[in-house]
Design a protein around this ligand. Sequence first.
Ligand code: WTA
Length: 658
Amino acid sequence: MSESSTGKISNVLIETRVFPPSESFANQAAIGSMEAYQALYDSSIDDTEGFWAQQATEHLHWFTPFHTTLQWNEPFAKWFVGGTTNVSYNCLDTHVLNGRGDRVALYWEGEPGDRRTITYAELHRDVCRFANGLKKLGINKGDRVSIYMPMVPELAVAMLACARVGAIHSVIFGGFSAEAISDRNNDAQARFLITADGGWRRGKALTLKQTADEALAKSPTVEKCIVLNRIGNQPAMQPERDIWWHDLIADVTDDCPAEPMESEDSLFILYTSGSTGKPKGIRHTTAGYNLYVKRTFQWVFDHRDEDIFWCTADCGWITGHSYIVYGPMSAGATQVMYEGAPNAPKEDRFWEIIARYKVSILYTAPTAIRTFIKWGDHHVEKHELSSLRLLGSVGEGINPEAWMWYYEKIGGRRCPIVDTWWQTETGGIMMSPFPGAIACKPGSCTRPLPGIVPRVLNHTGPAGELGDVETNHGGMLCIEKPWPGMLRGIWGDDERYRQQYWATVPHMYLTGDNARFDEDGYYWIMGRIDDVINVSGHRLSTIEVESALVSHPAVAEAAAVGRPDEIKGQAITVFVTLKSHEPTDEMREALKKHIRKEIGALAVPDEVRFTSSLPKTRSGKIMRRLLRDIAAGKEGTGDTSTLEDYTVLVRLRNDDES
Ligand code: WTA
């Protein structure tokens, strides 16, 4: 039987390097050995509800205690039923009441170099004042509020103020177009939009209010638009509709008690792109989400009081929601928040920031790491990075070569790397090393977090029935049990939620990713299910072909896609960006030879195309779907609203670089 008919995905790239935590790291870690991790994990699986009930009682503040831990009416979960709490209370009041109000919450740095230090007491006051401003405008519990802002502290203030009064926020990344904003306003039926006159990005002023105005012309449900003065560019204000942030809070008090919210009241909607059709509004709720992001933050980053944590994501993405605002703030962490681009004014801005604030934990994305490699080591070497003790990665698979560079050049071989696998839908991290306990393997997200039961399924049965795959065979990654941070649905579309996540594999959450586990029980993400390439009956994962390419010294980034081929089923096209080398025919041949050596003849690309950049989503993921169309000579038909740079597509189509 050929591999494709059994649904197996070949695992072709074997990574054998293993990096256990140093003794000194393990000794100071909360979970400092494999036995400690295993004991915690086992206890969470033996009695999952009991485990989460105890976690929720110990780690959240309750106005009213819950009476039922979980009501599971597949696929709809209700956690901590009967209880009332408030996420903003857990992020702010708890610390102020515990005498920790003077702790720094945020060291914020604007792109032009302006700086602010904000304590928990100050953040609490700012959130209360803005929440009172929202109340003045007549906001009600359950109202939807769109937030379209640059990465300034007021973005976090706006989110926390919504949580405080019980309004549901929908943060829209500051790089989105007017069309994307109005689509989201209309889908959520937002009553309010919070924006700013602008923000700074790569030395340029982004005119957010102008874009917001265009969107508002097509957003009939939005009644009021609140505008923060960030760059002083004096946008047009519509008197009935628009109000300055500073005017709104000019005459309010600092006193605004947090509204007791039911555990399952919605906290936010976050839109994420589907491969076709309109974006999906992923809905998260109050208590389960709050508990999950707080505890996963503490576990994965082994967080300690003296840490300075820096997550480089934008609050417009789930990573910013969960690991800038709600997770770290619930844990009382001190963080760095940065407004701008990593190359403003120069390519060493991140390293300068780390040295200035003595950042101890850095959490960033593989796309950024590959960019830093391309820019060159000299930018890094200028700065003192010895404050770092832990590194993290999120958003895509990290190619082993990029992992090694991150480990050596940024971490000085001293810092474990937590490769965290999760999704907008999962709310928080699902698989990752516990850095003091689990040895890292470059490219693997290693093991599941407490309470999480991953399964890898494929059509393995004699008649093609679904079953668990064997060790080192790829399949569909699913999650077996509900967990507190899981999405509760798609806003306004229960049927799409059921179809998308619960219909393919009975009684399991379908992640949409392929994965395998190895002989040590480590998980390896192999890319999105749609991205698999099928060559002569061998199913190859995109990440493996790409990682092999990135291990060639001339290659900065690579994307591999399949295109129809009469003989082989699919042929492989790879799109490659080079570091500083010439895109010659010799280079093409050298890369093919390299793949033959690293993987074997079956993965040798039929076509190597050079390009100066790859099409990416605004959160930095390579858009293989668009590249598939280009490789097949088709005009793209799918949704491109999340594409970062349209000119990349035009250039790739025109073929002028390949
Ligand atoms: C991918 C981001 C490999 C994966 C938090 C997932 C990863 C999608 C990793 C979710 C990782 C995220 N290794 N792949 N460590 N982290 N992904 O919703 O395909 O923006 O399904 O959430 O990113 O992306 P999202």
